[in-house]
Ligand binder design. Structure first.
Ligand SMILES: Cc1cc2nc3c(=O)[nH]c(=O)nc-3n(C[C@H](O)[C@H](O)[C@H](O)COP(=O)(O)OP(=O)(O)OC[C@H]3O[C@@H](n4cnc5c(N)ncnc54)[C@H](O)[C@@H]3O)c2cc1C
Length: 539
């Protein structure tokens, strides 16, 4: 029986496993933690589909392309937007209870950069509702072994020979050993690159390691320089807490104080819809504001806040001690989403045969900047698309002998497990995050990017020689050298794009330049990072 290994059990991985099972293909779903703890659960704002009377998939696609700086593929985006209404129906059929008007119609929310109301949501827990419904659906197939779950497993590396993937080496964190799993195809669904940047709005399970390691192993990456800063977050000692765009979608207003006068700078600059400009625009304006920026939702009234913005109110109460019914929220932009990742074709196949990527770890659809509500949509759509393509895979009856490679990795692991080194792997992760935050902020310059590259090159030169402490999971230690490579690839991509587009803002190249009206792709070969520019639909 055909067998697919899916690494990562958030929204995209779960969708893919369910759709494979519907086609009678067996899958193994591996992740360190259960799906209930994936980042997808944190999504609150909603998921997009053109279902309003005044809307159409064409308008949805136009907004997506425009907000993405017109470098995403027209065909792929248009297919995504056409599929969106059916995706909402599928989720409803699985039991997701989306919020509805009194007359029974789905409530549609307006998020930044959209020309129409098209974001459906499930109270304050859209992601949680969707994941819960999918977990229930997946259980049906777990009962008949069409889906098998392996928890406590972390990706170590892919088993690749002559450009073809035969399976994956996993680190089993429970038994502290390596485990090889062979499959007819592998789907990577490991989410964004949050840990690279330290404190972000996202889950610390998403560290970018899988993307980094696959890059080291020869997979092509794309659009790495496009890192989305969400305009409205609050700071806590552990991480940045998101103040959902829904707050502005429901009417919330941004302002700063000039003496005692409130300056509604977004409305002054962009008119009535100013607070709902795309995220890249709002983040830059907040960054340029002369003093602290606040978000005011108090005037919306207790009822609306309770019914539609409950989660925003709770986050502010719990993490900042703010009663949003009475006080404005001080907000800061923060790293939130990665438009870049593994380069994939229309079937979501990477540049390595038999290796697919879905969800946030894959780069597709969003171009230079993502629209709110489009990520849950692409997580489901990409999972479905990959599963459909995989219905035609052939069984890998034999695979090459990887035993030498596996035993070499086991030796490295044992060396780390028995290490008495005091060099902290966690400290090293903090250093990388500090460096990237410093060089890849909301705006960038050649000088800063070159400084970042020099520092990363130094860390690369020492990281392979270091043995890290065994106080934490050895995963943290072995993930560092590839993550430094990924950091280098991001910096190199940002340096090469000498223009301002979407979330990539260059102080030294403040204009858009059509020479760069393409996706950037990054290849790693013999220690060299090579950047080129390609039309997305031609990838
Ligand atoms: C606070 C917040 C709110 C958001 N709100 C919205 C919203 O309202 N609408 C919207 O469209 N988008 C939203 N997003 C973005 C959206 O949630 C994500 O982009 C999307 O859920 C990603 O799904 P995924 O399946 O790609 O990854 P995830 O849900 O992140 O799942 C990744 C999986 O991979 C596993 N994994 C990670 N590393 C490894 C490894 N090395 N080995 C094995 N497994 C691994 C994880 O354990 C997890 O199971 C929000 C994001 C955040 C942070």
């Amino acid at each position: 029986m055909k067998h697919v290994l899916v690494v990562g059990s958030g929204l995209s991985g779960l969708t893919c496993a369910i759709k494979l099972a519907e086609n009678g293909i067996r899958s193994t779903l591996v992740s360190p933690y259960p799906s209930e703890r994936a980042q997808s659960v944190m999504a609150a704002g909603g998921i997009n589909a053109a279902i309003g009377a005044d809307d159409s998939p064409l308008l949805h696609a136009d907004d997506t392309l425009k907000s993405g700086g017109n470098i995403a593929g027209k065909d792929t985006v248009s297919e995504l937007c056409s599929a969106a209404p059916d995706i909402i129906r599928w989720l409803e059929a699985l039991g997701v209870v989306f919020s509805r008007e009194k007359d029974g119609d789905l409530i549609l929310r307006l998020l930044g950069g959209h020309s129409r109301k098209r974001t459906v949501y499930a109270g304050a827990a859209t992601g949680k509702q969707i994941i819960t419904a999918l977990i229930r659906e997946a259980r049906k197939y777990e009962c008949c072994d069409l889906i098998q779950r392996k928890l406590g497993r972390q990706f170590h590396s892919a088993l690749i020979k002559d450009g073809r993937c035969y399976g994956v080496l996993l680190y089993n964190d429970i038994e502290r050993k390596m485990e090889a799993v062979y499959a007819d195809a592998v789907v990577i669904a490991t989410g964004g690159q949050n840990v690279l940047f330290g404190k972000t709005t996202g889950s610390m399970q998403c560290d970018g390691y899988t993307v980094a390691k696959l890059y080291e192993q020869g997979a092509r990456l794309k659009n790495l320089e496009f890192i989305q800063y969400h305009p409205t977050t609050i700071e806590t000692p552990q991480k940045r807490m998101l103040i959902s765009e829904a707050a502005r979608g429901e009417g919330g207003r941004l302002y700063y104080l000039d003496g005692k006068r409130k300056v509604y700078f977004m409305e002054d600059k962009y008119g009535e819809r100013g607070n709902l400009m795309p995220r890249d625009v709002v983040s830059k304006c907040i960054y340029d504001a002369p003093s602290q920026v606040y978000l005011d939702i108090s005037f919306l009234g207790r009822n609306l806040i309770k019914n539609r913005l409950f989660e925003v109110a709770e986050v502010c109460r719990k993490y900042a001690g703010i009663n949003v019914n009475k006080k404005s929220i001080p907000v800061y932009p923060s790293v939130h989403f990665f438009m870049g990742g593994l380069a994939v074709d229309r079937d979501h196949k990477t540049s390595v045969d038999n290796l697919y990527a879905v969800g946030e770890c894959a780069s597709m659809y969003h171009g230079a900047n993502r629209l709110g509500g489009n990520s849950l949509l692409t997580a489901v759509y990409s999972g479905q698309t990959a599963a459909k393509a995989l219905s035609n895979i052939t069984e890998n009856k034999v695979h090459p002998d990887f035993s030498e490679y596996i035993s070499a990795q086991e030796q490295v692991l044992n060396c780390q497990l028995s290490s008495d080194s005091r060099f902290s792997a966690v400290y090293m992760r903090h250093e990388i995050a500090k460096l990237l935050n410093d060089c890849l902020g909301i705006t960038r310059t050649e000088e800063k990017l070159l400084e970042g590259i020099r520092s990363v090159d130094y860390l690369v030169s020492i990281s392979n020689k270091l043995v890290y402490d065994s106080d934490v999971s050895p995963y943290i230690g072995y993930s560092l050298p590839p993550m430094l490579l990924l950091a280098r690839a991001i910096l190199t991509s940002a340096l090469a794009r000498q223009e301002t587009r979407g979330a990539h803002l260059r102080d030294d190249y403040p204009e858009r330049d059509d020479k760069f009206a393409f996706c950037s792709v990054c290849d790693y070969n013999n220690g060299e990072h090579r950047i080129s520019y390609i039309e997305e639909d031609k990838l």
